[in-house]
Write a protein that binds this ligand. Structure first.
Ligand code: KIV
Ligand code: ZN
Length: 395
């Protein structure tokens, strides 16, 4: 058995555990072939995620092959494989991870009474025993073991603390607290982390991790509440893809921690300029687009249409932007010319297009632009060029 990998626990920063290729792939319309998974894994590596969850090796021969190929190729990020607490799952995960530079076996079992009664048909004591046996078996193959208590947010906190204490004793160094069904709210989920930090024996030897689903639209808020209460690993996906309403969106968590560093006081090691390119890579692979108004990576995230906003932006970007587009890999902010836009934005765009109009010509161009904008959602450069050429300033 290899010795426990202490580097997993040391150092105070938020580890980004990306599960786009496992939980994300479980979202309808997002399944990926092996070459597509490799493309996404390469993007994740460039993004600098700490852990890439490559898949559930025992699920199918294709899943095994994908985890194995990613483990062989990826260097720099850890590669994790998911397994239930069964011998077959754990041995398949270990075999798939064999070529990894840094592998992690991620074992899980449910701990809520509802899952124990209806899904596992196990008592609490049996589930705890199964968790310990699974972790001990996984430790025979790997020095880095993560344990997840599925449906943790609906589990009895005292029982959860017992299971986690036993998990640490058995050799797990990351303890994940999934909000599997997206039921938690931030105050309550944060309080659960505070409780676990107080009641789990040996917690100083482990990292607490959050894993939030977005059924009530609170996955990111819940993850940030967990970080405020000591979570130092966040599990998330690019563009927030995942089961049902999805998982917490990686780009939103990373940029919230960075933009509000004064509030959270702890950051990630993500290369933020790769956020937008990674989002586009995933979209091109899955064909699953994001909403225009999606935070950070949506088409409108750095677009300004109203005249008042555009005027402010032209004076100083900080009037209406809390982060710069370049920081997330978007080339620049856009002043979209539509019916809400003002003269300053029009003059600015015309200047960019090579037209320096005098006062009277600009007035004429602005009147024509407004008339056109009333008919169209967006006025394009070709429209503007035609307007500028026809605006002489004389009636
Ligand atoms: O949502 C969940 O509980 C999971 C676990 C398997 C980590 O995805
Ligand atoms: Zn999940």
């Amino acid at each position: 058995m290899s010795t426990i990998d202490q580097s997993v626990v040391d150092q105070d920063y938020v580890r980004i555990f990306d599960t786009t290729l496992r939980d994300g792939e479980q979202s309808p319309g997002c399944s990926m072939s092996m070459p597509q998974k490799l493309t996404v894994a390469r993007a994740l590596c460039e993004l600098g995620v700490d852990v890439i969850e490559a898949g559930f090796a025992a699920a199918s021969p294709d899943d095994f092959a994908a985890v194995n190929a990613i483990a062989r190729e990826v260097r720099g990020s850890r590669v994790a494989a998911l397994a239930r607490c069964t011998r077959n799952d754990i041995e398949r995960a270990a075999a798939a991870l064999e070529p990894a530079e840094q592998g992690r076996i991620h074992v899980f079992i449910a701990t809520s009474d509802i899952h124990l009664a209806h899904k596992l048909r196990m008592s609490r004591a049996e589930a705890l025993e199964s968790a310990v046996a699974g972790i001990e078996l996984a430790r025979q193959y790997c020095s880095d073991i993560e344990f997840s208590a599925e449906d943790a947010s609906r589990s009895d906190p005292a029982y959860l603390a017992e299971v986690f204490s036993a998990a640490i004793e058995a050799g797990a160094t990351t303890l994940n607290v999934p909000d599997t069904v997206g039921y938690a709210v931030p105050g309550e989920y944060g309080a659960l982390f505070a409780y676990l930090r107080q009641h789990v024996r040996g917690i100083e030897r482990a990292i607490l991790s959050c894993h939030c689903h977005d059924d009530l639209g609170m996955a990111v808020a819940n993850s940030l509440a967990a970080v405020q209460n000591g979570a130092r690993q966040v599990e998330c996906t690019i563009n927030g893809i995942g089961e049902r309403a999805g998982n917490a969106a990686l780009e939103e968590i990373v940029m919230a921690l960075r933009t509000r560093a004064n509030h959270y006081g702890v950051g990630t090691r993500i290369n933020t300029q790769r956020l937008y390119p990674s989002s586009r890579t995933l979209i091109s692979v899955t064909g699953s687009v994001v909403a225009r108004n999606k935070a950070i990576v949506g088409e409108n995230a750095f677009a300004h249409e109203s005249g008042i906003h555009q005027h402010g932006m032209l004076r100083n970007r900080e009037t209406y932007e809390i982060m710069s587009p370049e920081d997330v890999g978007v080339s620049r902010s856009q002043l979209v010319l539509g019916k809400h836009s003002g003269r300053a934005a029009l003059a600015d765009r015309l200047r960019e297009l090579g037209f320096e109009l005098q006062e009277a010509a600009l007035n004429q161009a602005f009147a024509q632009f407004k008339a056109l904008a009333d008919k169209k959602k967006e006025v394009f450069d070709a429209d503007l060029e035609a307007i500028a050429l026809g605006s002489t300033g004389t009636e």
